[in-house]
Design a protein. Structure first.
Length: 299
């Protein structure tokens, strides 16, 4: 992302068979809208068809690229922003955090069904989407006085629009009919928050205060919905992220520990060893050997 002071970027791109990006991941959120053409989306090792009107979110750390056949083009609008652009307390203060749950929070949670969160917009829905993106693009390019808070609000407006479309299409009356659904949604919002802020200092007390719930009740319903305690869930996110960094970067173990939210490297090493079955250094070593063997066998 090119913008340093304000973590947001939007641009229009046209990909062909000759200029598609290499397979990659990034540390920001990428909202993509297909304006024209057809292609395949190579996402987390799988292939998915794309066509005009498709819109989807790619989260930090998710690997992807596009495959465009010769003679075809893929026109997209790329909207990039850091998770830090949206503060959960700010959204709650506006009274709209729940309105963004479906399209913004859900993609952080159900990774086994991630690409099913792609929406195919047509007709008026597609026109509304393009209007919102043009407003964002105009504000970003002009950078008039007060553009950064306005862009935040416009982006929230866009995500609410997508969430409403998703709700209309996917949430049945039966699903919304019971309190259990409300509880599930509440826990999913918390999980989404943890997915976006795992690298920060998080305590049960602070989390309970943020979501206006007692620590005891939070622990009870979180375990009932996820099968994990809040702390176990945080550790799971952090260790999974650490495994990715160990295999894909040359960062020192102590740096990775801090990057994923652990101030104490010794504690990180003990926890990693207990969860994964070997130390971080050993895990990196074995991963490098597997990669080398794979490359040799492919020669």
């Amino acid at each position: 992302m090119k913008e340093k002071e304000f973590p947001f970027w939007i641009d229009h791109k046209v990909h062909t068979a000759h200029n598609t990006p290499p397979i990659h991941a990034h540390d920001f959120i990428e909202l993509v809208y297909v304006t024209e053409g057809e292609a395949e989306h190579l996402f987390e090792g799988k292939h998915y068809p794309l066509s005009k009107g498709d819109v989807f979110i790619i989260n930090p750390g998710e690997v992807h690229t596009y495959k465009v056949n010769p003679g075809n083009e893929l026109g997209i609008v790329n909207c990039l922003f850091m998770p830090s652009l949206f503060d959960e307390a700010w959204l709650r203060g506006l009274g709209i955090s729940e309105s963004m749950d479906y399209f913004y929070v859900h993609p952080f949670l159900e990774k086994c069904e991630r690409f099913h969160r792609c929406l195919k917009l047509r007709g008026q829905e597609a026109e509304d989407m393009l209007d919102k993106l043009e407003e964002l693009s105009d504000e970003f390019e002009s950078k008039r006085n007060g553009y950064s808070p306005l862009i935040r609000l416009q982006l929230v407006q866009l995500l609410i629009l997508l969430s409403r479309i998703y709700v209309r299409r996917n949430v049945t009356t039966e699903q919304l009919n019971v309190k259990a659904h409300e509880r599930k949604m509440f826990i999913q919002r918390i999980c989404g928050y943890l997915e976006r802020h795992y690298d920060q200092k998080i305590t049960i007390a602070n989390l309970a205060e943020l979501f206006s719930i007692s620590t005891r009740h939070l622990n009870r319903i979180f375990k009932a919905e996820t099968g994990k305690t809040v702390i176990e869930f945080i550790h799971h996110i952090r260790i999974t992220r650490a495994m990715k960094l160990l295999t894909e970067t040359n960062e020192k173990v102590i740096t990775i520990a801090m990057d994923v939210g652990y101030d104490d490297p010794a504690f990180f090493t003990r926890l990693f060893t207990r969860k994964v079955g070997c130390s971080p250094g050993k895990y990196r070593e074995e991963s490098n050997v597997e990669t080398l063997e794979s490359e040799v066998s492919g020669c």
